[in-house]
Design a protein around this ligand. Structure first.
Ligand SMILES: Cc1cc2nc3c(=O)[nH]c(=O)nc-3n(C[C@H](O)[C@H](O)[C@H](O)COP(=O)(O)OP(=O)(O)OC[C@H]3O[C@@H](n4cnc5c(N)ncnc54)[C@H](O)[C@@H]3O)c2cc1C
Length: 337
C-alpha cells in the first residue's frame, strides 16, 4: 500500500474543490483495508473513505488519512430461472456495474443508469432515481468495522433504508467501511417507465418494444439533457433532499401557490426542492464562481475556482430564503467535510 502525503483532492471530488489530505492511499482489496485499521500509525487517525467523490463537499482540508476505495470485481453468486444474485466490489464504478447487469439481461437497476460514484457508496444514501431506489434490489453488503477491522454483513433490513438515508448516515455513521454490495436482480424485468419523462423519451425515439437497454438509454438521455456533467461543471447532483411536509403546511402552501407540485408519501407530502428554490428566485443565480444550475435549481455548481466555503454559504442562503418564503426546511443531501 502506497501512502502519499499532502495529496490534492481536486481530481477526487466532482465539485472540483481544492483540498489537501495529510495522508492518502488507494486500496484495492479488503485485506489492504483491514491492514489500515490494524496499523499503529493510522488506526487512531481520522479517516475519510472516498468513492467517486460525487456526493461530498470539502469546506476545509480533511484530517488524517483519506482512502480512495478501488475494490474491484463483479461476481455471480447464485442463479435460478428467474433471478440472479450478483456481488460487486465497493470500488466498482456504479454506472459500469449497471451497464454490466443490463448486458447480461438482468433487470432492476436500469432506471439508476448514469448516477456517478461507486457501488460501495450507493447504499450510504440508498441512491434513487426515476421511481427506483437500490433498496428495491439490494440483498446485503459486507462492511469492515473501523474499530477493529472485523468483517460484518448487513441485510436489507439491517440497513434501515429510507429516502436518501441508511444506518450508515445515521446510527452507524463513520463506524464502517463498505467493502462489497450484493443485489438480487431479475431475469424477467418489470419495466418502470411511468416516472419523469422516460415514456415520453421512448415514444420520441420510436421505441415500441421495451428492453433494459432502451430504458437505460432513455434515462441516460434525460439525465444528460438536465444535469451538468461534472467533467465540465463541478457539482454533486442534488444538493438538497426533497422535503416531506405535513398536511397543514401543505394546505397553507397550496392556498398561496396553487401550482405547487406534490407527491403524497406515507409520512407526509413530498415537495420538489428544485421547485421551491426556483420559485424563490435562485435558478441560474451566480455569486463569484459558485452558483445554481440554470436547468435544475436543485444542483449547486462550481463554475471553476470556487471553494467549498463559498458553496456552503450559498446553500445556507438558499435554505434561509426558502424557509422565509415557504416555511419549509431544506435538508442537505451532500456530505460535508
Ligand atoms: C451529476 C450528478 C448526478 C447525481 N444523481 C444522483 C441521483 O440521481 N440519485 C442519487 O441518489 N444520487 C445522485 N448523485 C449523488 C451521488 O452520485 C451518489 O450519492 C453516489 O452514490 C455517491 O457515490 P461516490 O462513490 O461518489 O461517493 P462519495 O462522494 O465518494 O462519498 C459519499 C459519502 O459516502 C462515504 N463513502 C463512500 N464510499 C464508502 C464506503 N465504501 N464505505 C463507507 N462510506 C463510504 C463517504 O465518506 C461520503 O460520506 C448525483 C451526483 C452527481 C454529481
Amino acid at each position: 500500500m502506497h501512502i502519499e502525503e499532502n495529496k490534492n483532492l481536486k481530481a477526487y471530488n466532482t465539485f472540483g474543490i481544492e483540498a489537501i489530505a495529510p495522508y492518502f492511499c488507494e486500496v484495492y482489496t479488503v485485506k489492504e483495508l483491514q491492514e489500515i485499521f490494524r496499523n499503529e500509525k493510522f488506526r487512531d487517525m481520522p479517516l475519510l473513505i472516498l468513492g467517486g467523490g460525487s456526493n461530498i463537499l470539502f469546506t476545509k482540508d480533511p484530517e488524517g488519512l483519506v482512502v480512495s476505495n478501488k475494490i474491484e470485481g463483479i461476481s455471480l453468486i447464485e442463479e435460478d430461472e428467474q433471478h440472479v444474485v450478483v456481488k460487486a466490489g465497493a470500488g466498482v464504478v456504479w454506472h459500469d456495474f449497471v451497464l454490466h447487469t443490463i448486458a447480461q439481461g438482468w433487470g432492476g437497476l436500469e432506471n439508476l443508469s448514469l448516477i456517478p460514484g461507486t457501488t460501495g457508496a450507493a447504499p450510504m444514501q440508498n441512491i434513487g432515481a426515476y421511481g427506483v431506489e437500490i433498496k428495491d434490489t439490494f440483498l446485503e453488503l459486507e462492511a469492515i468495522k473501523r474499530a477493529d477491522g472485523s468483517l460484518h454483513t448487513f441485510t436489507n433490513e439491517d440497513c434501515c433504508f429510507g429516502y436518501r438515508s441508511s444506518v450508515f448516515k445515521t446510527t452507524e455513521k463513520d463506524k464502517y467501511v463498505i467493502a462489497t454490495v450484493t443485489f438480487r436482480l431479475t431475469k424477467q424485468p418489470v419495466f418502470n417507465t411511468s416516472y419523469g419523462a422516460i415514456q415520453e423519451t421512448l415514444d420520441a425515439g420510436g421505441i415500441t418494444e421495451l428492453s433494459l437497454k432502451a430504458v437505460s438509454d432513455a434515462v441516460i438521455s434525460i439525465r444528460q439533457s438536465k444535469l451538468p456533467d461534472p467533467k465540465v461543471t463541478g457539482n454533486a447532483g442534488s444538493f438538497f433532499k426533497n422535503p416531506v411536509i405535513d398536511e397543514a403546511l401543505f394546505n397553507r402552501l397550496k392556498e398561496k401557490y396553487p401550482a405547487v407540485p406534490s407527491y403524497p408519501q406515507a409520512d407526509g407530502i413530498k415537495i420538489p426542492a428544485g421547485w421551491l428554490i426556483e420559485q424563490a428566485g435562485w435558478k441560474g443565480y451566480r455569486r463569484g464562481n459558485a452558483g445554481v444550475h440554470d436547468k435544475q435549481a436543485l444542483v449547486l455548481v462550481n463554475h471553476g475556482g470556487a471553494n467549498g466555503e463559498e458553496i456552503r454559504q450559498l446553500a445556507e442562503d438558499i435554505q434561509a430564503s426558502v424557509m422565509e418564503k415557504f416555511g419549509v426546511e431544506l435538508e442537505t443531501e451532500v456530505n460535508f467535510v
